[in-house]
Ligand binder design. Structure first.
Ligand code: FAD
Length: 518
């Protein structure tokens, strides 16, 4: 017999290795010898009160063997001689589209502008140390897309868009920890993601698919409202039948190309702001009500904040406890920051994007002339401004949080995890009022919600500009573009995802659509 129950465990109790069996026996009023095993279905931390509680949802196996394997089966078959589907981009959307094609009996041919995970590392080093951005291989471009050297947080609000569990199970199948199946806030960590991504590539190739790195798509040959061929950076032309376009929100050349070819695009609202970095112990002490170090069984604390300021949302985005701020530019001449953390989340800093909603239809009147690309041009200008304010390298402009809010240039800055370095800059006057004024009010409100958050020990770093795509590529109910019958815009670049999991789910759906299985 299997019974599902909820357990509340204190930190003291958690120190006992047999606590789940003990407590389950007590709650079910049965002999502990009758319990053959306890499977954790969900785990979360309730830190609202000083006495911290770990909430467990468990399945208790009573005189019945604990199942060893997962319920999920991935039906990969040899597709080497099957009909092809061309997939542009090998981020989460492209990877999951390719895997789904194999399950459905089609051969994925992936074209990726960046390098494999191993070679990509050298280019990340070059950004951090030499301030040189390889425009095809960086924190956003390359094997695994922006998802590889990301934070690897796996929560999504897009539960209706697909089967989240299936996405997680497939990550576990490819080497991710099965802890992600139970944690309320699952996280893989930037140090573990590359291996998972590499395993996914190996599955694709082993079952007869193709993955081509350093193969940027530069043009489409279109006839009779359908793409006949794809042009590659080496001037090769590749005849195609179905094309899944999963190039992400940073592939500006693709947006420009579609715009030039008069393939319909739409301006999309998005958000921009800065990244704020606190010493992790400050966030721990606020969230865990402790004055010294956090309890060893507790993970680095995180937070989620939101405040409405003058009709626009100001909110925390991609919060990385125990993490690093990283340079996420995709071209030289711009500074873009983002965040990530290792699986142990054991760095000394907590960082988070703090961004302001931009209503692309109301907020950018001066950019109207750019049509569907108005948000993109605004985003680009802000990134150039950050480049200039940082000192024309990957050094980022920064300010102490309290100086930003009170309107002073910082005479010095706090230490940071951002490797290229920081330059003190008057972000309070440099940022457009639309963003800067709301951020200042937002930070004050956050200080009221989290006592100790508003502190001169925190820096703000500019700019956090790639939160989601400023452009969307329309598609019909069958997920094909309204003008181009065999083009399937997919993932974050199309405006259909906002993170790893939602991009992966959209990848699967686009594969189903492109193969006639939706
Ligand atoms: P992308 O991942 O952007 O992939 C697009 C791919 O297309 C890239 O590999 C690119 O090289 C390729 N490409 C572009 N143009 C071309 C072309 N012309 N020809 C061929 N290939 C091309 N999300 C989360 O859910 N959790 C997190 O913790 C998280 N942390 C992040 C941390 C960082 C530092 C960054 C940068 C992002 C983070 N994200 C996180 C966001 C997440 O990575 C993206 O939402 C996700 O990767 C989007 O998936 P995608 O497949 O749609 O696009």
């Amino acid at each position: 017999m299997v019974k599902e129950i909820q357990l509340r465990i204190t930190l003291k109790e958690e120190e006992r290795s047999d606590i789940l069996i003990l407590k389950s026996a007590r709650v079910l009023d049965i002999d502990r010898q009758d319990i053959t095993g306890v499977k954790v279905l969900r785990k979360s931390i309730d830190a609202r009160k000083p006495k911290i509680i770990l909430n467990y949802k468990v399945a208790v196996y009573i005189r019945e063997a604990l199942p060893k394997t997962s319920d999920y089966k991935f039906d990969y078959k040899d597709v080497s001689a099957a009909k092809p589907v061309h997939i542009i981009g090998f981020g989460p959307a492209g990877m999951y589209a390719a895997l789904r094609c194999i399950e459905l009996g089609f051969k994925p041919i992936v074209l990726e502008r960046g390098k494999n995970v191993k070679d990509r590392r050298r280019d990340l080093k070059a950004i951090n140390q030499d301030h040189f951005v390889n425009e095809d291989s960086n924190y956003c471009f390359g094997e695994g897309g922006a998802g590889t050297y990301s934070d690897g947080k796996l929560y999504t609000r897009s539960l209706k868009r697909g089967d989240v569990r299936r996405i997680f199970e497939n990550l576990v199948f490819h080497g991710a920890t099965d802890q992600i199946l139970v944690d309320a806030h699952p996280h893989i960590g930037t140090n573990k993601l590359p291996k998972v991504v590499q395993n996914i590539r190996e599955t694709i190739i082993n079952f007869g698919g193709e993955v081509h790195f350093e193969t940027r798509v530069t043009d489409f040959v279109i006839k009779n409202n359908s793409i006949q061929a794809i042009q590659l950076q080496n001037d090769k032309e590749l005849p195609v039948e179905k094309v899944i376009l999963a190039t992400g929100h940073s592939a500006r050349d693709i947006f420009y190309l579609l715009h030039k070819k008069q393939i319909a695009l739409e301006a999309k609202s998005f958000a921009m702001g800065v990244r704020v970095e606190h010493p992790q112990h400050i966030i721990d002490s606020i969230q865990y009500h402790c004055s010294g170090e956090r309890h060893e069984l507790l993970p680095a604390a995180s937070y989620g904040l939101v405040q409405q300021v003058n009709d626009r949302g100001v909110y925390s985005f991609c919060m990385c406890p125990g993490g690093f701020i990283v340079p996420a530019a995709t071209a030289n001449g711009e500074v873009v920051v983002n965040g990530m953390s290792p699986s142990k989340r054991n760095n000394l800093y907590a960082n988070s994007g703090i961004v302001v909603e931009i209503d692309v239809h109301k907020d950018l009147p001066k950019y109207e002339k750019f049509g569907a690309l108005k948000g993109l041009e605004y985003q680009k200008n802000l990134e150039r401004l950050a480049f200039t304010a940082g000192g024309r390298s990957q050094v980022a402009p920064a300010q102490r949080l309290t100086d930003f809010v009170e309107g002073y240039l910082s005479t010095d800055l706090n230490d940071t995890s951002y490797q290229p370095g920081l330059n003190s800059a008057p972000l309070h006057s440099l940022l457009p009022k639309l963003i800067g004024n709301r951020l200042r009010k937002g930070f004050q409100a956050f200080g009221q919600k989290m006592n100790g958050y508003y502190t001169s020990e925190a820096n703000i770093v500019g700019v956090e500009s790639r939160t989601s795509s400023p452009v969307s590529i329309p598609r019909k109910e069958n997920l094909a573009h309204p003008q181009i019958s065999n083009l399937f815009p997919c993932g974050e670049g199309g405006g259909y995802a906002g993170g790893i999991v939602s991009a992966a789910m959209d990848g699967e759906r686009c594969a189903e659509a492109a193969t006639g299985n939706l």
